[in-house]
Design a protein around this ligand. Structure first.
Ligand SMILES: Cc1ncc(COP(=O)(O)OP(=O)(O)O)c(N)n1
Ligand SMILES: Cc1ncsc1CCOP(=O)(O)O
Ligand SMILES: [Mg+2]
Length: 218
């Protein structure tokens, strides 16, 4: 897994982590042990996105946790983030790799499809993301996936991320099925800022119990 460590992958959201709370919410997630952070904002102006991504990058660097930018290699390059997450409609992995360099972390959405995962691996992806596994208030229309795809994807030999409607109460089967990272928006941030660190710690405890290499890189 190289620069990636198994655990909670905290993803921001412009509604659940609004500007006034963004930095403190992510700081709480980091204090609770999140091992990866994604800045995901579909609505704000480019100036706001640049400022927020810079602030989060400073915070994550201090914590020694990689920050990935959703959808936008250009923004990742501008703020010096650790990498990007790209969906199937978000432009080419190869172009992002050329822009960000060999050490950048590039994650790819594979929905429920192993064929997309093999292509992403062939093109140099650093992790593969599957989901949604449960109902997602953040992205209700995302295609559904079954936990068995996580087990099947282990043979690709890359870190596996699960996403979609994950909470502390439904996360365990996904780790048992083979997820190295659980990418969470609502299940981390929808209880208000004071809940975030506790929730992150609960996810960490779940990984400590069920993930084979939680205390190492994978
Ligand atoms: C870790 C992770 N997995 C999947 C996604 C979804 O990416 P995408 O399909 O491009 O959808 P948007 O997030 O851009 O709406 C993700 N962001 N992160
Ligand atoms: C971006 C994305 N892709 C598939 S589900 C999802 C949303 C995840 O958010 P939540 O954890 O609130 O369901
Ligand atoms: Mg996208």
């Amino acid at each position: 897994m190289g620069a990636l460590k198994p655990g909670l992958y905290a993803i921001t959201d412009e509604r659940l982590t609004p500007d006034a709370e963004l930095v403190s919410a992510v700081a709480a997630a980091l204090a609770g042990g999140a091992t990866l952070v994604q800045y995901r904002d579909k609505r704000s102006s480019s100036a706001t996105r640049h400022r927020q991504a810079s602030e989060l990058n400073t915070l994550c660097r201090q914590a020694g946790v990689p920050l990935l930018i959703n959808d936008d290699p250009e923004l990742a390059a501008r703020v010096g983030a650790a990498g990007v997450h790209l969906g199937q409609e978000d432009g080419s992995l190869q172009a992002a790799r050329e822009q960000l360099g060999p050490d950048a972390i590039i994650g790819i959405t594979c929905h429920h499809r192993l064929d997309l995962a093999w292509t992403a691996r062939d093109n140099g992806a650093d992790y593969l993301a599957f989901g949604r596994f449960y109902h997602s208030g953040t992205k209700p229309g995302a295609p559904p996936a079954e936990p068995s795809v996580l087990t099947e994807a282990r043979e690709l030999g890359l870190p596996i991320t699960a996403i979609g409607g994950i909470t502390i109460d439904n996360a365990e089967p996904l780790i048992l099925a083979g997820a190295d990272l659980l990418a969470v928006v609502g299940g981390l941030f929808d209880g208000g800022p004071e809940q975030v660190e506790y929730r992150a710690r609960d996810f960490g405890r779940l990984f400590a119990r069920h993930h084979p290499t939680f205390f190492q890189s994978v």
